[in-house]
Design a protein around this ligand. Structure first.
Ligand code: 1CP
Length: 343
């Protein structure tokens, strides 16, 4: 099937479909026994990310089990700071760790050759996936947004509402702006290479956008995303781009209109009726089921699915969760979700 015929791509180009395409953030991961076995075999999380065979397998697992309309490349946002020469490692059961940068420290250089050489296994996984996926399944590439990457580079991990980066941006704005600029360039080039390799859409994860007050939100989330969109579009005008400035409430509208993304992914705190009115006239909406329903299931799950379908099915829409599926999720609830959506 051609890329433009796949349901995800049609929805991202603005089409209203009878049954929305569905995929789930973190659809690969610890809630699946086959993922835990694969991570064991690989000898750690980063080995999954940097070995194309393992990355392809981890991406395929939820597609085989559930038949989602889209797959998302198995990788992590922190491979970009890693490719820029920062240390990244993984604490089992906790999460990724980096050597924190000092406020005022010079941004790492963006040297395209070693950067893309470091990320070559990711590009190989993308190409391998286009050969392995079922013909109707769209392949999404992704990257962390500059702001969210900078928060992990400043703090070394996720903690304290990313206070380290918020402090740095005010105590030494010039060096912080330089870091954001460097990341903006690197992320744009990274996404272009993923599309070159076969990604059919890309998503930019700004998981910590909610930690930005309005002026900073414009400077460090909206403007860098806009630049990434322009750079990627210049190379690949037809590839849809999704943004996920998580937790920004009414500013989702500003983000959608000003960055030029095709669609916006919403967290679960946004009322779908508001999104239908305020956002869908300007682009595709993706979301936004409370991820806890994948742990608890039952009638409450079905009620919230119905409310979202009812509110958003009249415009361009992709069904997803409001954030990633958690390790405690039950595969049976994922199946119930798909049955409810697809009938
Ligand atoms: O199916 C998929 O979605 C797989 C691909 C994927 C993506 C898109 C992974 C695998 N990570 C991500 C993005 C990612 N990574 C984000 C943005 C989305 C979000 O907000 O969740 C962020 C913030 C990270 C950083 C990260 N990686 C964290 C959060 C750390 C913190 O303290 O804030 C964690 C726990 C990880 C590890 C990770 N990444 C992916 C998986 C499957 C895992 C768990 C690894 C394991 O325990 O085996």
């Amino acid at each position: 099937m051609k890329t433009e015929e796949k349901l995800l791509i049609r929805a991202l180009r603005g089409e209203t479909l009878d049954v929305p395409p569905v995929w789930l953030m973190r659809q690969a991961g610890r809630y699946l026994p086959e993922y835990r076995a694969l991570r064991e075999k690989a000898g750690g999380f980063l080995n999954l990310c940097y070995n194309p065979e393992f990355a392809v397998e981890a991406t395929m697992q939820p597609i085989r089990r559930f038949g989602f309309d889209a797959s998302i490349l198995f990788s992590d946002i922190l491979v970009v700071p890693h490719a820029l020469g920062r240390d990244v490692w993984f604490e089992t059961g906790e999460g990724p760790r980096l050597n924190p940068m000092e406020a005022g420290e010079a941004a790492p250089a963006f040297d395209p050759e070693p950067f893309h050489a470091h990320l070559a296994p990711v590009y190989a996984a993308v190409t391998g996936l286009r050969e392995s996926l079922p013909p109707e399944t769209a392949l999404i590439g992704f990257a962390g947004a500059p702001w969210t990457l900078a928060t992990y580079m400043a703090a070394g991990r996720g903690k304290d509402e990313q206070a380290a980066a918020r402090q740095w941006m005010f105590t030494d704005p010039d060096s912080f702006a330089a870091l954001i600029d460097r990341l903006t360039e690197a992320v744009a080039q990274y996404l272009i290479r993923q599309i070159d390799a076969g990604a059919e859409a890309v998503q930019i994860f700004d998981s910590w956008a909610s930690a930005l007050a309005p002026n900073a939100f414009d400077r460090y989330c909206v403007q860098p995303t806009k630049r990434i969109v322009e750079t990627v579009r210049a190379a690949h005008p037809d590839t849809p781009i999704l943004g996920f400035p998580r937790g920004v409430g009414s500013s989702y509208g500003t983000f959608l209109k000003e960055t030029g993304v095709n669609g916006v992914s919403l967290d679960q705190n946004v009322a779908p009726e508001w999104a239908a009115e305020a956002l869908q006239p300007h682009g595709t909406v993706q979301g936004n089921l409370e991820p806890m329903h994948m742990v608890t299931g039952g009638d409450a799950l079905l009620r919230d699915v119905d409310r979202i379908l009812e509110a958003l099915s009249g415009g361009p829409f992709v069904f997803n969760l409001g954030h990633g599926i958690t390790p405690q999720a039950d595969a049976a609830h994922v199946e119930a979700l798909l049955r409810r959506i697809r009938g």
